[in-house]
Write a protein that binds this ligand. Structure first.
Ligand SMILES: [Zn+2]
Length: 108
């Protein structure tokens, strides 16, 4: 322990957290820079995890009623196929602008 620099000694994760850990606590990194990164060799090459300082994390922006209403309007629109007018369970791909069924049956 004596050889461990106190600044970096954080076995309980009380000072540093990943973005995912922050989100689990209803926080987001805010405008702080990345405090540290962890690199390791993993599946598909080098993986990285970024750590943020907990004391500089900000509460996650709560969705206001206006934002929620906008989302409510936007979601069905993005899920409705302009060709067949059917609402799908997924977003209509922007690249094609059609649902997958319309793409699969171009003659119809
Ligand atoms: Zn369609």
């Amino acid at each position: 322990m004596s050889r461990v620099r106190a600044v970096f000694f954080d076995p309980d994760g009380t000072r540093y957290a990943t973005r995912r850990q922050l989100r689990a606590q209803g926080l987001c990194p805010g405008r702080q820079p990345i405090a540290a990164q962890i690199l390791w060799r993993g599946v598909g090459g080098t993986r990285a995890a970024y750590l943020y300082r907990l004391d500089r994390a900000r509460p996650k922006r709560a969705a206001t009623p206006a934002v929620l209403a906008a989302l409510d309007k936007a979601m069905p629109a993005r899920r409705t196929c302009p060709t067949c007018r059917q609402m799908r369970l997924y977003y209509i791909p922007r690249s094609t602008g059609e649902c997958l069924i319309c793409q699969g049956e171009p003659t119809r």
